[in-house]
Ligand binder design. Structure first.
Ligand SMILES: NC(=O)c1ccc[n+]([C@@H]2O[C@H](COP(=O)([O-])OP(=O)(O)OC[C@H]3O[C@@H](n4cnc5c(N)ncnc54)[C@H](O)[C@@H]3O)[C@@H](O)[C@H]2O)c1
Length: 268
């Protein structure tokens, strides 16, 4: 694999950098692409074996990556993750918040515990990773925070996803707050608004929403896109790479849909 230089000399933390099963999810693709472009990567994941698998793949390609077990909904784990990054690599240039869980249901269906878990894993995690990473970025007077949102954070989709949508909307607000507060310190924060992506987690979690037939689900999701096909995890990785690199040095507080245009459509 050809190695680039768009992140040469940079250090990146990617949360949720593993993928369950054989495929490559959004977080793993971003960790791989960042390493291909010269970044040293901390691949953080709740499951240490999955973090290790990502690190092994990166090393096989000649990149540099340290796996780290962390539950990013826990403050102590986020602190330890950032500490590990600083002790191994001495700095942190890119904080990539990929972790996100999903499930469907409206306010009546949701148990209070489900709501709390969703908000803790998807939204509070972004507060916690930022809380511990920002002081280092402030010291450096540079840094880029890349947040993986969802079109569901700005639009309702055909299945009620009450808590998920709320958690993804919260990410957008937090990113905006960080972007403005830290802009004078050379730190940026942006959101990649993920559309319909053909990824392993969708296969594992969403098939029942579409009637239980996997091929049928992929067909329906392709048909929902204005382009006639879903995106790939590499589309998310390429957009993230732009935000992570200095090419986007004057881009701050933005929300970039990577959805083939889907968010611009109304259903008639
Ligand atoms: N694929 C899509 O169509 C789609 C659409 C909209 C948004 N997204 C967003 O993409 C992101 C996830 O993409 P992915 O493909 O990497 O997902 P994924 O589900 O494969 O998750 C990657 C990793 O996150 C880890 N993880 C889960 N909870 C964690 C925690 N508390 N702490 C640390 N690690 C944890 C899992 O172990 C897994 O290995 C989410 O933010 C999701 O909302 C995806």
């Amino acid at each position: 694999m050809a190695m680039g230089k768009r992140l040469e000399g940079k250090v990146a933390i990617v949360t949720g950098a593993g993928t369950r099963g054989d495929g490559i999810g959004n977080g793993k693709a971003c960790a791989i692409l960042y390493a291909r472009e010269g970044a040293k990567v901390i691949a953080a994941d709740l499951d240490p074996a999955l973090a290790e698998a990502t690190a092994a793949m990166i090393r096989e390609e000649g990149g540099e990556c340290i796996p780290f077990r962390a539950d990013v909904s826990r403050a102590e784990d986020c602190r330890a993750m950032v500490d590990e990054c600083i002790s191994r690599f001495g700095r942190i240039d890119v904080l990539h918040n990929n972790v996100g869980i999903t499930n469907s249901g409206g306010p009546v269906d949701y148990a209070e515990e489900q709501w709390d878990r969703m908000m803790n894993v998807n939204a509070k995690s972004m507060f916690l990773t930022a809380k511990f990473a920002l002081p280092h970025m402030e010291r450096q007077r540079s840094g880029s925070i890349v947040n993986i949102g969802s079109i569901n954070g700005e639009r309702a989709i055909p299945f009620p996803k009450f808590a998920y949508a709320a958690s993804k909307a919260a990410m957008i607000a937090m990113s905006r707050e960080i972007a403005i507060q830290y802009a004078p310190l050379g730190i940026r924060s942006n959101v990649v608004l993920v559309g319909l992506i053909k990824s392993p987690i969708v296969e594992q979690n969403n098939t029942k929403l579409y009637g239980g037939d996997l091929d049928e689900m992929w067909k329906k999701r392709d048909a929902m896109s204005p382009t006639g096909r879903q995106g790939e995890v590499w589309d998310i990785a390429n957009a993230s790479l732009f935000f992570a690199s200095d090419e986007s040095r004057y881009v701050n507080g933005t929300v970039l849909p990577v959805d083939g245009g889907l968010i611009n459509m109304v259903k008639l």
